[in-house]
Design a binder for this molecule. Structure first.
Ligand code: AMP
Ligand code: ZN
Ligand code: FE
Ligand code: FE
Length: 280
């Protein structure tokens, strides 16, 4: 069984349509693939149809933009009710924050002498419910300002760079509660990428476990072997489910190919076993 629990389509900042993503997952030899677009579930319906057609199991998921002690943390959620009121309201706030950040970012870029308009970005984010900095990066590539998404982040879009603008993110503990209340399970995505090891300590993981967190994404390209060994130890001590995944973004992120990291079948079963029985 080859199981990949973290991928993106063009409903957020991936470059494949949900159908293409499913076809590519099948071609990559996966048996199970989760669609986890940023802050939206808009790709579920199309992915679901494609998955039935090509004969692959789809896990319906999301990657929610969260915050913990001022640090950006990504939270994966699986198999929750996408119509749950409080969850839908919180996701709306995050999407609104994404949209209202765009003009501010463009203003900064223009301040740097780069002539860029909202329509240049909308061309790339057209299919996305959750638009993001990668779409601004795509517009900068087209304008000939940078050669890649990576270069756009490194020069302009990362925290600390001249065109970085903050946006609304959900409280991490709150988002875990919302996912559980909607019948889903929560897994921390790439916990130690981009400086978040400073807030996601072993004692914080213990508190998150109490709050209803089910798993930790350990095998991810942002983690080196040492990170993985340490995270595995934390997961064993706190009885977390251990997942692994690609965080595939199509051609938007190189070296994150479908199935480059996978989740063991017994861990996948354990994750499903953590689904709340009583949904209120
Ligand atoms: P945003 O959703 O606007 O906060 O942008 C963050 C997203 O951009 C992340 O979830 C990644 O998918 C992507 N990203 C972050 N850093 C980079 C990078 N250096 N190169 C390409 N994509 C990146
Ligand atoms: Zn992304
Ligand atoms: Fe992420
Ligand atoms: Fe992701």
């Amino acid at each position: 069984m080859r199981i990949d629990l973290h991928t993106h389509s063009n409903r957020s900042d991936g470059t494949d349509s949900p159908t293409e993503l499913i076809e590519n997952a099948k071609a990559a030899g996966l048996d199970v693939v989760a669609l986890t677009d940023h802050d939206c579930t808009d790709g579920w319906r199309e992915a679901s149809k494609a998955a039935k057609r090509v004969g692959i199991e789809l896990v319906k998921g999301i990657e929610i933009s969260c915050r913990l002690d001022g640090k950006s943390i990504h939270l994966l959620g699986y198999e929750f009710d996408p119509n749950n009121g409080p969850l839908v309201e919180e996701l709306r706030r995050v999407i609104d924050g994404r949209n209202s950040r765009l003009p501010a970012t463009l203003e900064r870029l223009r301040g740097l002498g780069i002539e860029i308009e909202a329509r240049d970005v909308r061309r790339w984010s057209g299919n996305a419910a959750a638009m993001g900095r990668p779409h601004i990066a795509d517009a900068l590539i087209e304008l000939g300002v940078v050669a890649s998404r990576n270069e756009a982040f490194d020069r302009f879009l990362m925290p600390g760079k001249a065109a970085y603008v903050d946006r609304y993110a959900a409280d991490l503990f709150g988002a875990i509660g919302l996912l559980n209340a909607a019948g889903g399970v929560a897994v921390i995505a790439h916990p130690w990428s981009r400086g978040s090891h400073k807030v996601l300590t072993a004692s914080m993981f213990a508190k998150l476990r109490e709050a209803g967190l089910s798993g930790i994404e350990i095998d991810h390209n942002d983690h080196d072997q040492e990170d993985r060994a340490l995270l595995r130890q934390i997961a064993r001590e706190l009885d977390f489910v251990q997942t692994g995944s690609s965080d595939y973004h199509g051609t938007g992120k190189i070296d994150f190919d479908l199935g480059c990291n996978t989740t063991a079948y017994n861990q996948f079963q354990k994750l499903r076993g953590r689904k709340p029985r009583h949904v209120g």
